[in-house]
Design a binder for this molecule. Structure first.
Ligand code: APR
Ligand code: PHB
Length: 390
């Protein structure tokens, strides 16, 4: 088998890269370790920057997103039972975000890929990448017990945080930056109307809580829990009780409870690998970086990487120039680090840390009061939340 770009991983990074390359006339094969249904069963975040929506439109998958996505022109930050609205649209000169689940983005991209007759091999086992430091790399894998070899010009490592691509780089050639937070988010998905028409990010003495949604009839809620918490210790009733305790009285009153459809705990981590190119191997998406979900940046950063990488590879095939390829890492990392900073700062502002000294606690309160009183501070939050320019 041969292709131009072998893409490892069919999450949003790999699928969007494949779609953008197809538009540029570049051939791809995607190798995915799990089944299609497994990938579509993962519940992830759901806030799209306008730039991400534009990229999905460029990839030709915007129809359902425009029909079903919810346009949000602001969100709320709660602190000690007070609530502050960040007016995204007013503060950014007309920009907004779109609430549309990552699972749906993935489904739309998979459907478009199938409709275009492009190859994705699901349940590819023992995927291994070879010779990316030479001119002719290849990928080996096992499908239905049979070994295969895929020759290619380039390999795109879009295989998430636990993938094999980053792990295949010699340790001396890569530098890793990491911060692990001492807590996780316990998330619940339920078919109940959201308690607020806009998202609420709440800092409360009992810990952080987030009210989000997938549609006018489906809510997504989170509460901060210790990193080693057992999800089995959380009955639906316990979750709803805890959520209400962490919200301001008006929001708490509006919470409609119901049976959970999904309940899971996600750890919080900041992580960046440098560089993102190793000869003919590129890292993109969660394989390259992780942000804590507080700024809703994970999927949007993956989309940004896919955009930069697709441009670089399209330029290589169109103009026979490797300028874009050589610039990819630096270009992507410049934006990644800014999103890392935003996600980290919002995480520090909104969560309760057992390790916080009384001084640091006062700093957090002062930080919130400053945002409350300063249009400049709110603008800084708003311009990051709607997405920095690509
Ligand atoms: N071989 C093939 N595929 C693999 C391998 C492997 N060895 N290891 C992992 N994968 C697949 C995973 O099964 C997954 O489907 O790579 C895919 C990576 O997808 P994501 O984890 O969704 O990562 P990415 O596409 O970078 O999307 C980033 O996802 O995790 C969220 O918050 C994150 O929203 C962000 C987005
Ligand atoms: C979600 O809806 O799952 C969600 C929304 C905003 C975030 C994180 C997650 O910041």
């Amino acid at each position: 088998m041969r292709t131009q770009v072998a893409i490892i991983g069919s999450g949003p990074a790999g699928l969007l890269l494949g779609a953008l390359l197809a538009k540029a006339g570049v051939e791809t094969v995607i190798l995915e370790r799990k089944s299609r249904d497994y990938v579509l069963g993962r519940i992830r975040a759901g806030v799209l920057e306008q730039g991400t929506v534009d990229l999905l439109a460029r990839a030709g998958v915007e129809a359902r997103l425009h029909r079903e996505g919810l346009v949000h022109e602001g969100f709320f930050m709660g602190f000690a039972n007070r609530r502050l609205r960040i007016d995204l649209t007013e503060l950014t000169g007309g920009r907004h975000v779109t609430v549309y689940g990552q699972t749906e983005v993935t489904r739309d991209l998979m459907d478009a890929r199938d409709a275009a007759g492009l190859t994705t091999i699901y349940e590819a086992e023992d995927v291994a990448i070879h010779d990316f430091d030479r001119d002719s790399p290849c990928v080996t894998f096992v499908e239905d017990g049979v070994s295969h070899r895929l020759d290619c010009d380039f390999i795109a490592g879009c295989d998430g945080f636990h993938g094999i691509c980053r792990a295949s780089v010699p340790s001396g050639a890569i530098q890793l930056f990491e911060k692990v937070y001492p807590f996780g988010w316990l998330g619940v998905l339920a078919d109940v109307p959201p308690c607020s028409h806009e998202l609420i990010y709440a800092n409360h003495a009992r810990g952080f809580a987030l009210c989000s949604m997938r549609s006018p009839t489906r809510s997504r809620y989170y509460v901060q829990v210790p990193a080693d918490e057992d999800v089995g210790a959380w009955s639906d009733q316990r979750f709803w009780d805890e959520l209400r305790l962490r919200l301001d009285p008006e929001a708490a009153d509006r919470v409609v409870t119901g049976p959970s459809i999904e309940k899971s705990i996600a750890p919080l981590r900041s992580f960046v690998a440098e560089p993102l190119r190793f000869g003919r191997l590129f890292l993109a998406g969660d394989a390259a970086h992780i942000v804590p979900p507080t700024g809703a940046k994970g999927l949007n950063l993956a989309a940004g990487d896919a955009h930069y990488l697709a441009e670089a590879l399209a330029e290589f095939y169109r103009d026979r120039s490797d300028a874009g390829i050589r610039a990819y890492s630096e270009r992507a990392l410049a934006r990644i680090w800014k999103s890392e900073r935003f996600s980290w700062s919002l995480t520090m502002l909104l969560h309760r840390f057992d390790t916080m000294s009384p001084f640091e606690q006062r700093m957090q309160e002062a930080d919130f009061r400053y945002v409350e009183s300063s249009r400049a501070a709110q603008t800084a939050i708003a311009e990051n939340y709607v997405g920095l320019p690509l």
